[in-house]
Design a protein around this ligand. Structure first.
Ligand code: NAD
Ligand code: UFG
Length: 337
């Protein structure tokens, strides 16, 4: 049974391929490598001892996608492919709408044509906007505060409409909190291009000597130590959540959103401390002004995924830090060696 993974060479996609292969699924990956490297796919094969069928192509390319569905017996799709940088989406909204929305529309059209009606979509906690109070649960109102978030919101709505038009579809909208960490082999991990926007890759680049210090964006938030608090989730736990979501879409019809988070918040300074303690490597920091658009505290209610997908996160902050470091120190330039 083959699962098509769009964006499968990326950070979360590559980890998900490992868990799918280890659970007995065959993986077909389409990725245009706009933010990744084919080497990640080769390393997935190395970790698992299994083969991934890889297509270097764009999901917007109807012909290429059609051929993939023609050549393989696809049972379900996990749709990761898209752009994901919030700041860039503010500067280049059309690029974000064009890629994230168009690729989803093309994918859904081809899926419909081949009567493949099971899809797991990479959504984000960003759809909770800034007005809800943590713990965030799936019944709360959704909104968006930037173009990236709006693409996630729009795609969720598109998928809900597709399901409403034909109740034989099965759609899992996975709202990720803050994915961090790496596979314990140290062979695959997050390889951001340029200066990282996110906290954990920034910390690990300071630790490896690529950056001088961490800028802590604000220490006057309403949290235990004044720095922003987020729900960090180990990417391997997240990947396992996708296997559970695949089982769910293969066994039910429906359209449901599920939070994938741990249910716990960790502040910037707590994460920095945990990283230093777990690795023994110093991470100098300076308090800097707040970053526009950030809020005090974001964490999930993880109850629905536990109840309906039989999934919950197992790895803690120490594992997240150790595994991030193991990846970073062995691959200081990511996959470019
Ligand atoms: P990533 O950039 O590492 O992976 C996305 C992959 O999609 C990349 O390999 C890229 O080359 C590919 N891609 C982009 N557009 C494509 C297209 N048109 N055709 C084919 N391939 C294309 O990102 P990630 O962190 O693995 O995120 C995966 C998904 O999860 C994204 O949709 C992202 O928005 C979502 N998400 C990520 C986070 C996070 O913090 N990492 C949080 C919430 C949601
Ligand atoms: N932070 C710093 N210094 C840095 C980077 C981040 O202090 O160099 C702080 C931020 O201010 C925030 C926390 O670390 O308090 C986490 O920031 P990230 O950028 O790692 O994560 P965010 O929660 O801001 O954003 C993430 C994803 C977005 C998604 C959002 C909503 O990156 O794509 O979660 O769930 F939209």
């Amino acid at each position: 049974m083959s699962i098509l993974i769009t964006g499968g060479a990326g950070f979360i996609g590559s980890h998900t391929c490992v868990e799918l292969l280890e659970s007995g699924y065959d993986c077909v990956v389409i990725d245009n490598l706009s933010n990744s490297s084919e080497e990640a796919v080769r390393r997935v094969e190395k970790i698992t001892g299994k083969t991934v069928k890889f297509y270097e192509a764009d999901v917007r390319d109807k012909k290429a996608l059609h051929k993939i569905f023609e050549d393989n017996s696809i049972e379900a799709v996990i749709h990761f492919a898209g752009y994901k940088a919030v700041g860039e989406s503010v500067e280049k909204p059309l690029m974000y709408y064009e890629n994230n929305l168009t690729n989803t529309l093309v994918l859904l059209e081809i899926m419909k044509g081949f009567d493949v009606k099971r899809i797991v979509f990479s959504s984000s906690a960003t759809v909770y906007g800034s007005d809800n109070k943590a713990p965030l649960n799936e019944t709360m109102p959704v909104s968006a505060i930037n173009p990236y978030g709006r693409t996630k919101l729009f795609i969720e709505e598109i998928l809900k409409d597709v399901y409403s038009s034909d109740n034989s579809w099965s759609v899992a909208l996975l709202r990720y909190f803050n994915p961090v960490g790496a596979h314990k082999s140290g062979l695959i991990g997050e390889a951001p291009k340029g200066i990282p926007n996110n906290l954990m890759p920034y910390i690990s680049q300071v630790a490896v000597g690529k950056r001088t210090h961490l800028n802590v964006f604000g220490n006057d938030y309403k949290t235990a130590d004044g720095t922003g608090s987020r729900d960090y989730i180990h990417v391997v736990d997240l990947a396992k959540g996708h296997v559970k979501a695949i089982e769910w879409v293969l066994s039910t019809a429906g359209c449901e959103a599920f939070n994938l988070g741990t249910g716990k918040g960790t502040t910037v300074l707590e994460l920095r401390r945990a990283f230093v303690d777990a690795t023994g490597v110093e991470v100098p920091f300076k308090i800097a002004p707040r970053r526009a658009g950030d809020c005090d505290e974001v964490y999930a209610s993880a109850d629905k995924a536990k109840k309906e997908l039989n999934w919950s996160a197992e790895l803690g902050i120490e594992d997240m830090c150790k595994d991030t470091w193991n990846w970073q120190k062995n691959n200081p330039e990511g996959y470019d060696k």
